[in-house]
Design a protein around this ligand. Sequence first.
Ligand SMILES: Cc1cc2nc3c(=O)[nH]c(=O)nc-3n(C[C@H](O)[C@H](O)[C@H](O)COP(=O)(O)OP(=O)(O)OC[C@H]3O[C@@H](n4cnc5c(N)ncnc54)[C@H](O)[C@@H]3O)c2cc1C
Length: 481
Amino acid sequence: MASPPPVILWFFQDLRLDDQPAVAAAVASGRPVIAVFVLDRASPGHWAPGGAALWWLHGSLAALAADLAARGARLILRQGPIGRVLAQLAEETGATEIHGGRAVEPWLRQILADLGPALARRGVTLVAHETRLLFPPERLKTQTGGAFSVFTPFARAAFAAGIADHPTAPPAHINASAQDVPSEDLASWRLRPSRPDWAAEMAEIWTPGAAGAMARLERFLASGFSTYDRDRDIPGHASTSMLSPHLHWGEISPRRVWLAAGHAAPKGGKFLQSFLNEMLWREFSAYLLWHHPHLPEEPLRAEFAAMPWRDDAEAEAAWRRGETGIPIVDAGMRQLWRWGWMHNRVRMIAASLLTKHLMLPWRAGEAWFWDTLVDADLAANAASWQWVAGSGADAAPYFRIFNPVLQGRKFDPEGAYIRRFVPELAALPNEFIHAPWEAPHLVLAAAGVALGRTYPRPIVDLALGRARALDAFAALPRRAA
Ligand SMILES: Cc1cc2nc3c(=O)[nH]c(=O)nc-3n(C[C@H](O)[C@H](O)[C@H](O)COP(=O)(O)OP(=O)(O)OC[C@H]3O[C@@H](n4cnc5c(N)ncnc54)[C@H](O)[C@@H]3O)c2cc1C
């Protein structure tokens, strides 16, 4: 008897077997499964993953391949434009169905929109499941049936809709296709740096893959979580979940995280609400990208197109290197380089310095974060940068400019975070660690700090930078109501 045609199980940013609807559907089809990941560096309009993201991807693919192997299946690796590779693989293997995830990224949406009908003409069905979000982007609507542009009512609608408590367990066994489908070799993709190995510390902090994600979730729920609402803004405490790269790559389903948080706090509480709210910021970012496909490239508030952003390569490089002379910003930018991750509060402070005091374009910051974050996410990164810059739909008002010194004193009062990432300031007393230029000479000397030599003087006068930004903002064409 001829064996039934296989189904293709295509992975993208949903690199897990647990609570993964495409996996469940492929297995439920009862047909032999061919699992594939396609590395796409070439499709038009594609934001190809940056260096830190590729480092993560290597670990994540290795973990997924091991999880598949434990269930009797192999992960096929191919490179090229996703649409073309999938169509070719279907032809090569005689598959008549492809199960994968939906996308919010405009370039991938376009590929899937074109691919579906093209495959259908050849008798192949493409089924795109919601593998990455709690709420498909079309689901939540305003009372008049429109799209939300403000977070609070979006979150209210999400809480009202609720999350169904029926995650699917990972399959115990996968009926893998017996075909000998050629695969590329992960090592040959060279996703990890060789020399210099800038990822050494990242390897100590992170464990990419589904098991690493679950361990991170359990650790967070056992500590951190119950004080999350109080401590989530303190960068010197390990008080947030650090799940963002795992969620970005889909190594854990947002539903698992949401439900596990609820089960760990059966009586509810402010900490639970606060955490779920942040999970909804992730949803809202994806929702914004879905409804505004130009989000990564163009300001949502059209008047910001006239913003006279400065062009100052030297200041931009100092910001990237964490040498602005503003300690909390430098600590954040160095954490980013070393860990591929930065605490959310400091992301906001660093982004505010770039776009306001320095008046450099938010797209420059967006691009640097894209290359250096292990959680670099087209939706969350673009939405957050626009939020900080003031050009987003639901943005912090432009005139509300973070003072990085006051922010540092408030959220890192003992300077623990600064001391960790800017060791040349470690011996300064708390009083001066956020603004070393205010310290008397004797204090600096006693701490071994020589401004301009061991640590930079501030590259911008905070008061003047603030005034310049406010003037530029005031001169913008009037906002539409
Ligand atoms: C300028 C800037 C750029 C950013 N770029 C990214 C990015 O590329 N990728 C990314 O995942 N997050 C981004 N964020 C959002 C946020 O900083 C990170 O999601 C958060 O720091 C991750 O840490 P955590 O996992 O410990 O978060 P937790 O506080 O534990 O929150 C739980 C989860 O909720 C989601 N989340 C939390 N805050 C936000 C937020 N403000 N926006 C969207 N989702 C959120 C994340 O998936 C996170 O893992 C950015 C923020 C700023 C200000």
